[in-house]
Write a protein that binds this ligand. Sequence first.
Ligand code: ATP
Length: 235
Amino acid sequence: MLKVEGIDVFYGNIQAIKGVTLEINEGEIVTLIGANGAGKSTLLKTISGLLKPKHGKILYEGKSIAGKAAQTIVKQGISHVPEGRRIFANMTVEENLELGAFLRKDKAGIKQDLDKVYELFPRLLERLKQQAGTLSGGEQQMLAMGRALMARPRLLLLDEPSMGLAPLLVKTIFRIIEEINQTGTTILLVEQNANLALSIADRAYVVETGRIVLSGDAEDLTASEQIKMAYLGGH
Ligand code: ATP
């Protein structure tokens, strides 16, 4: 579904991504694990068109998307839920969700997808007229995910969905990520909590200082001594 081949990404003179190659197959949950600053968010931003790679290819369903405008990439079926959520704080929950569909014209489909979002996140339905900025952290995460789903993505990029959330809410959000995947959406997940990410993922890539240093089935990586020591608390 998605092929990233040998991409280099720079911030000015600083190279944040160094020759990264990875692949995501339709239907999978793939996770990127790695320390702060390893380059995980940069990779997501490059796939969604917020950053442009200097070299390398990004192919989505066989077509090159590297360097295309973010809006074009959303239209092609990739939505990005950024780190820190970035909802529109002064707008209502409903308005935020409607904005997620702003590139679409199929009214009936939009209505259908709104209903699906309410089914996944009943909390949002209870708070439709509430200003998004007054929602709790967990509810804002739900809104950011709901908004991304309103673009009807086939590939959903999630950056640190558990950040700042209480453990019980983290569980809820991860259960919902699995549900979204089971209804046919492929997922690329960036997550500090490697244990949790590996527990729902099919495969994982380990990112260190801008490079992929290891990849494999989530189960194998969970069992690997190297991964346990570096990322899973050493037990
Ligand atoms: P985190 O979970 O902390 O966001 P990450 O793995 O997602 O970590 P990135 O945010 O992708 O890491 O950062 C990769 C590298 O690029 C880091 O060295 C970071 O300091 C640098 N970087 C990120 N954003 C910028 C920017 N806007 N300008 C310059 N350097 C940046």
